[in-house]
Write a new protein. Sequence first.
Length: 303
Amino acid sequence: MAAPKHSYVAVSIWMLEAALFDAVCAVARLFPIDSVSNFGARIFRVLGPVTSAHRVAERNLRIAFPEAAEAEINQLLRAQWTELGRTLAEFLILDRIVADTGRVEVEGAERLAEIAAGAGPVVFVSGHFSSFEVMPAMIIKAGVRCQITYRAMNNPYVDARVRRSRFRYGVRLFAPKGLDGARELVRGLERGESVALMNDQKFNGGVAAPFFGVMAHTAPGPSTFALRFGIPLQPMSVQRTGPGARFKVIAHAPIRLEDTGDRAADVEAGVRRINAFVEDRIRARPAEWFWVHKRWPNEVYRR
């Protein structure tokens, strides 16, 4: 299939955005790690509340914590903007964070070592917790061959730069989201490689399963892969330990799905268990989740 043609204006805008991305990255790399993280936090504490995403975050928080007082919701809103600002700024220098000994500790490192040594493959599952890109960096650093899924940026020039940024901290096996990406994941699993997927965002047409007591459509992919290949789900999370850009990556106990022969029911059971895992992590550290995404059905946000 021939590559789609884009207008001169679109390409020009993309190139301008890419040049801006390059400039921001270059400036960020001039400063100490924690200074970059702190700057991102300050900027988003100011700009975040004046965006439409602020209303989405507020609605999400009220869905998740319906009994929370107004003061608690406002405190969480400010905290999640602080965390999101840090996360986006830290992505620009994540290779420096990962290379800085002592900034990232791994709880359950022996589990990752087992997978790398032949106890795999597994289906890594997680959510957008804190600086979530630290997780794939630690998986790869442990020696696990793993296909990391990602959503390609709309701007192909910026997308290429993001992929190069990930390459700096070791992530080399990419599988884009969508049908082509799913096929690549299957091929990877057939080769004995693990796969890693985020499973905490809305997936239209996915399995409807409870999330904070409200039905949410969730991608069935991780559970489907685990059942098809008879391998475990390996939950992962990351939390900020502070001050600044310091983290703990946690390899949790594996989830082994039951294969009853009823594939639809088994996949749904897997989705429910993943949702429960993600919900538990959010309840433990609510400020560190990605609240600006419309996780639940659209009608929830019209109220």
